[in-house]
Design a protein around this ligand. Structure first.
Ligand code: HEM
Length: 409
């Protein structure tokens, strides 16, 4: 079996596979022939690939054996401890620190809080859609996905509105893990991340001196668990919320266009009955896009898993994009089916103690976009080849040129 994974075409982390959107057959083969496979060599060093649905759940359910901690290298395939930006965020912590920190900010994205944001979210979505040119080519990523997600993150942090354009720049740099050990790119990454940290620290200190409010920064500033963080922990906390809420939802909004172009009949159904189907369509979009293609764990002990010997210190990569296409759970898995009954079981938000804290907010953003598009009877046709990110972590689009029509005006 090891020989199978040793072949370069079965190193599924290769950036060109993601850029060319050609990874599907390789994962299909791994799922059927070697679902827990060892890749002895790659740009990121050796790693295990977990590709089936049940196996991803099994690994995520045993957080003691399969650690998320930054001390072992963190939660992406690239070892974060090798850079000046280690991102000590709670997504990259084990118990008990993880839960303490998670609890402190959870209220900011609790259902009641999200409901309060729903009106503003709908209004902004409508404004962005109404500003789009009809019948002329434009880039959906830069005209819709980025402005909408940036506005939501600025609202969550109560970040100065006139500076919000900085948020996606910082977030993109924080999330660039595929640059590997390149010293120049890492230096640039550090520059952006430290600029982000110092601006956020200024606002954080202001919020700390002021009475508590409902935004994320104020909640952190007044929480006993965040009070006096070291610099790397502060950077990590901010970067987590920024990247968590930015690239992911952005790429779901772009992925939606990909899906409705592939499945125009399903889109027609959604437009005919958005009240019934918008939420399912949003969930299916997030399943199929899988904006975070993988999370990584590190084995804390030697363990036998599905007949394979995983050694202490080994990297274990959980491929959500593959688990979400496991036919034993999602029949006709590559089909975008807003009426799919078990779509909510997808693993795009992960599983277990680290399951995404912003899942409901992300779903609401994508469903609102779908509803507002349906209201305008929008058709959005892809014009030319989409430009995808060369990343096995952030699975998404650099540019997505489209031509839009609507029958309501
Ligand atoms: C479609 C959009 C999104 C996707 C696909 C996504 C995906 C993920 C994934 C895969 C994880 C790790 C789960 C695991 O290890 O089991 C995660 C964790 C997290 N996400 Fe999201 N996310 C999205 C939106 C958001 C938003 C909007 C926010 C916040 C505003 C957010 C905040 C977080 C946080 C704080 C964590 C860490 C949870 C923990 O470690 O306990 N995410 N997300």
């Amino acid at each position: 079996m090891a020989t199978l994974a040793a072949k370069p075409e079965l190193d599924v982390s290769r950036a060109e596979l993601w850029k060319a959107n050609s990874w599907r057959p390789l994962f299909e083969k791994l799922r059927s022939d070697d679902p827990v496979s060892y890749c002895p060599d790659s740009f990121f060093g050796p790693y295990w690939s977990i590709t089936r649905y049940d196996d991803v759940i099994a690994v995520e359910s045993d957080a003691e054996t399969f650690s998320s901690s930054w001390e072992h290298g963190g939660i992406v395939i690239f070892d974060m401890q090798d850079t000046g930006v280690q991102l000590r965020m709670f997504i990259a912590m084990d118990e008990p620190e993880h839960t303490e920190k998670r609890k402190a900010i959870a209220p900011a994205v609790a259902p009641t809080q999200i409901q309060k944001l729903a009106g503003a979210l709908r209004q902004r979505t409508a404004e962005v859609l109404d500003s789009l040119p009809v019948g002329k080519e434009f880039d959906w990523v830069h005209s819709v996905s980025i402005p909408l997600t940036t506005a939501m993150i600025a609202t969550l942090f109560d970040f100065p509105w006139e500076e919000r354009h900085k948020l996606p720049v910082w977030s993109d740099w924080a999330a660039k893990i595929d640059i590997g050990p390149d010293p120049q790119l890492n230096a640039e990454r550090e520059r952006h991340v430290f600029e982000m940290a110092s601006r956020f620290k200024e606002i954080y200190d202001e919020r700390r001196a002021a009475p508590p409010k409902g935004d994320l920064l104020s909640m952190m500033a007044h929480s006993e668990y965040y009070g006096d963080m070291d610099e790397q922990r502060f950077i990590g906390a901010i970067a987590l919320l920024l990247v968590g809420g930015n690239d992911t939802t952005r790429n779901s909004m772009s992925g939606l266009i990909d899906q409705i172009n592939r499945f125009p009949d399903a889109w027609a159904k959604v437009k005919a009955d958005p009240e019934k189907l918008a939420s399912g369509a949003a969930t299916e979009t997030i399943r199929l896009q899988t904006p975070i293609a993988h999370m990584r764990r590190t084995a804390t002990r030697d363990v036998e898993f599905k007949g394979k010997q995983i050694r202490k210190g080994d990297k274990v990569v959980l491929w959500y994009n593959s688990a979400n296409r496991d036919e034993s759970v999602f029949p006709d898995a590559d089909r975008w089916n807003p009426e799919r009954e078990n779509a909510r079981r997808h693993l795009s938000f992960g599983y277990g103690i680290h399951r995404c804290l912003g899942a409901r907010l992300a779903e609401l953003q994508v469903a609102t976009l779908i509803e507002e598009m349906a209201k305008r009877d929008m058709e959005v046709k892809i014009a030319g080849e989409p430009e995808r990110l060369a990343s096995c972590f952030t699975n998404g689009f650099e540019h997505l040129n489209v031509i839009m029509s609507r029958t309501d005006v």
